[in-house]
Design a protein around this ligand. Structure first.
Ligand SMILES: NC(=O)C1=CN([C@@H]2O[C@H](COP(=O)(O)OP(=O)(O)OC[C@H]3O[C@@H](n4cnc5c(N)ncnc54)[C@H](OP(=O)(O)O)[C@@H]3O)[C@@H](O)[C@H]2O)C=CC1
Ligand SMILES: Nc1nc2c(ncn2[C@@H]2O[C@H](COP(=O)(O)O)[C@@H](O)[C@H]2O)c(=O)[nH]1
Length: 225
């Protein structure tokens, strides 16, 4: 999809918590090695860190720690953002202010950097939530749970009492760690869970609903903001 949008190769640097110098250095190193790739980096939740990652060379910042449907970060860390939308609006205001400042100051500069984009990642449970993400200024909205349970979704299909379900697991769940890293390492903690999602048929119907609601709501929300 990114190839289609930007016409370039893309690489995603995705860690549970992007607040480390080592992570910023990793973004810088990937930028140095791949000057023309689209770099996605995250996850973070503040304007300052969004700016820092863009300055380090990322093009698209993945925003959202803790809101995911299979996330146990809030329970494990005892830290939470109370309202995804409020947070996102605050985030966007900081981000847009920065972009405007950059635009004024460096209008003629072609340097790679602050021509950044934001992915609102996690927490959407209905089409209106996707619209709220776009309405608050996100360029992309990333969905996990809303796309789980479909014919096209990954995960095993399970039959119980004549009803079909699909398994859906967080990438920090013990299921994921067992499957992809040989188990939960001794020095780590899992921050994700595994759930059964009722089978929902083909994904096209869900996508259509999301698009219809976004067509209706996004222009109104953009006007409000
Ligand atoms: N958005 C959210 O709220 C959250 C999302 N997640 C999702 O689950 C995925 C897996 O999470 P989880 O396994 O708990 O944790 P991490 O994302 O922290 O770790 C995943 C892998 O990345 C490596 N890694 C992490 N930080 C760095 C770093 N600074 N430099 C180099 N390597 C690093 C780890 O290495 P090592 O094994 O050596 O530690 C590990 O192999 C995430 O990538 C994210 O997609 C997880 C939790 C929260
Ligand atoms: N804390 C955790 N977050 C996770 C995990 N696996 C994925 N994720 C994040 O959730 C979103 C999707 O959110 P959803 O509400 O749409 O389902 C995903 O993009 C990741 O950022 C996890 O194991 N723990």
């Amino acid at each position: 999809m990114l190839m289609a949008i930007f016409g370039k190769h893309a690489v995603c640097l995705d860690v549970a918590n992007g607040y480390s110098e080592h992570f910023v250095d990793a973004v810088k190193a990937v930028r140095a090695a791949h000057p023309t790739h689209t770099i996605i980096a995250g996850n973070v939740v503040t304007g300052e860190m969004t700016e820092e990652l863009i300055l380090a060379g990322a093009d698209i910042i993945k925003v959202g720690i803790g809101p995911g449907s299979v996330c146990t970060t809030r329970r494990q860390t005892g830290v939470a953002i109370l309202n995804f939308l409020l947070y996102l609006i605050a985030q966007m205001l900081v981000f847009l202010r920065y972009l405007t400042a950059y635009d004024l100051k460096f209008k003629t500069s072609s340097a790679h950097g602050l021509n950044g984009h934001v992915i609102a990642d996690g927490g959407c449970v209905c089409p209106g939530d996707v619209a709220k993400g776009f309405g608050a200024g996100a360029d992309f909205v990333m969905l996990g749970g809303m796309l789980a349970g479909h014919e096209e979704s990954g995960g095993e299909t399970i039959e119980e009492n004549g009803k079909l379900f699909k398994q859906f697991y967080g990438m920090s769940s013990s299921t994921a760690m067992k499957r992809h890293a040989g188990g939960v390492a001794e020095y780590r903690a899992s921050e994700g869970k595994t759930v059964k999602v009722p089978y929902r048929g083909e994904v096209a119907g869900t996508i259509r609903e999301i698009l219809e609601v976004c067509d209706l709501l996004v222009p109104m929300l953009e006007q409000e903001n």
